[in-house]
Design a protein around this ligand. Structure first.
Ligand SMILES: Nc1ncnc2c1ncn2[C@@H]1O[C@H](COP(=O)(O)OP(=O)(O)OP(=O)(O)O)[C@@H](O)[C@H]1O
Length: 456
């Protein structure tokens, strides 16, 4: 309890003796007042009756300042608050706090859905989960680096974001940065380019961004491979952070020993800490993930029958992204076609999604799906007519990749892309063909997308 609250009786008594003309005025205006909050410089006094606020402010503000100063020996500002304003203030405080923490998570590039709470632990990932939690609890202290690896869509990114969320929730002052190795590489390419034009600050800014962190998370490190300058820069970033006891978390589709084009000095460093793998989920885990998604997305209202959930879990085995995609597709079909959710509808939903990953055929549809996910632009937008840059670039990349990775004629590509004519497709293909010769970052991005489409 602070000195104002401790001496409140005495302060009120002083007010009564020195500033109230009668017992009635004291009992009416002063006696019901209580201390709401005391900050370093202000005493907030709670006025129960809203109607009396104006009168109290007019008549007693200065007297309160004087009495509080005389009794406690400290000068405070005085502010009268009502219950309504307290509720509004509290709401504002929680909203601001929420906005601040959202901003912190956004600055670290984190997906708010990817937390430990939403991660289902099963036999396929329990070691990776335990290691991630241990690192989140003591960053930089036990397993450094933490190297997570596993096949496509098995939860590596989800676990990395969970670690970052956990650390920031415990200590929002920690500097945490999540990036993909593609972003790291492209930003390095840009910094080197600007640097060549005489702007030395560009490299300093780049290095500060990556080295000035308590926790650095680099996703999909396999895409950094085979690029000497990037590996060199990443090597120095790694050393800088590691020597300073800062936590590094890396993900990849393979363990370090199997990443052939990784420089030996990086490979040994990646093996310094702990390597944890995530494998394909078993049936129980797949069911638990489907139920978790049902709960998180509020899908209970669709009353999806058990046998439908079991059908999906039985048929989508090796990629959790596809597992989730199947459920999304099922709900979309049920909504759009106003059909009952049953096994035939689930079979229809699965037919577009499930593919034996390794020898899947490269089709324009596959290219569109991968590009859509890479840029986080919906397929409908890629096939649509909008002309904004965030959509035009992925669309032109689709045109280019369909041309060089499939035998589809330009006219057919146009038809698949929502009825575009031959000339627009030809223009899009030529544009990308030209741009990759001058824009190294774009070239890097397209190479990564190609590897995602055809990993072998
Ligand atoms: N154990 C899990 N519990 C709940 N959701 C999961 C789990 N594992 C993966 N997911 C979900 O599956 C989707 C794909 O996961 P994520 O992006 O983390 O995979 P990834 O291994 O990083 O894939 P990629 O190799 O493509 O980078 C995400 O929506 C994620 O939330």
């Amino acid at each position: 309890m602070n000195t104002v609250e401790k001496n409140w009786e005495q302060i009120l008594n002083k007010m009564k003796l020195e500033y109230c003309s009668s017992n009635i005025s004291y009992n009416t205006w002063i006696a019901p007042l209580t201390v709401y909050e005391v900050t370093d410089d202000t005493v907030y006094i709670l006025v129960k009756l809203k109607a009396s606020l104006e009168h109290i402010e007019d008549k007693y503000l200065l007297p309160f300042k004087v009495c509080i100063a005389e009794v406690t020996g400290t000068e405070y500002e005085v502010s009268f608050v009502t219950e309504d304003s307290v509720i509004i203030k509290k709401k504002k405080e929680t909203t601001t706090k929420k906005q601040q923490s959202n901003a912190i998570f956004e600055n670290a590039n984190l997906n708010p859905r990817y937390t430990f709470d939403t991660f289902v632990v099963g036999s396929n990932n329990n070691f990776a989960h335990a290691a991630s939690l241990a690192v989140a609890e003591s960053p930089g202290e036990i397993y450094n680096p933490l190297f997570l690896y596993g096949g496509v869509g098995l939860g590596k990114t989800h676990l990395m974001h969970s670690i970052a969320h956990f650390i920031l929730e415990n200590d929002p002052s920690k500097k945490v940065l999540y990036v993909t190795s593609e972003t790291f590489t492209n930003e390095l390419i840009d910094a080197l380019k600007v640097g060549k034009n005489g702007n030395e600050l560009a490299m300093t800014t780049f290095r500060e961004k990556y080295r000035n962190n308590d926790v650095l998370l680099i996703d999909d490190i396999q895409f950094i491979i085979g690029k000497e300058s990037t590996q060199e820069e990443f090597f120095h970033t790694f050393n800088h952070l590691h020597v300073a006891g800062k936590q590094i978390i890396i993900s990849s589709d393979k363990p370090p020993k199997d990443i052939e084009t990784l420089e030996a000095r990086l490979r040994t460093r990646f093996e310094w800490g702990l390597i944890a793998d995530i494998s394909s989920p078993d049936y129980e885990t797949r069911m638990a993930i489907l139920r978790k998604k049902e709960e998180l997305d509020g899908l209970e209202r669709y009353h999806i029958p058990d046998d439908v959930m079991q059908y999906i879990a039985n048929n989508v085995k090796s990629n959790i992204r596809e597992l989730e995609g199947s459920l999304n597709k099922l709900i979309a079909l049920a909504n759009l076609e106003k059909k009952e959710i049953d096994i035939p509808l689930a079979a229809e939903a699965l037919k577009d999604i499930v593919s034996p990953d390794n020898n899947r055929e490269i089709t324009p549809e596959l290219i569109i799906d991968v590009v859509s996910e890479h840029f986080n632009v919906p397929v409908t937008e890629i096939k649509g007519k909008k002309r904004n840059a965030e959509i035009v670039l992925p669309r032109q990349i689709v045109m280019y990749l369909c041309r060089c990775m499939t035998d589809t004629p330009l006219k057919a590509i146009g038809a698949i892309l929502g009825g575009k004519d031959h000339a627009s497709i030809s223009h899009g293909v030529k544009k990308i063909e030209h741009d990759i010769t001058t824009d190294e970052a774009l070239n890097n991005t397209i190479n990564i997308i190609k590897k995602k489409i055809n990993p072998v």
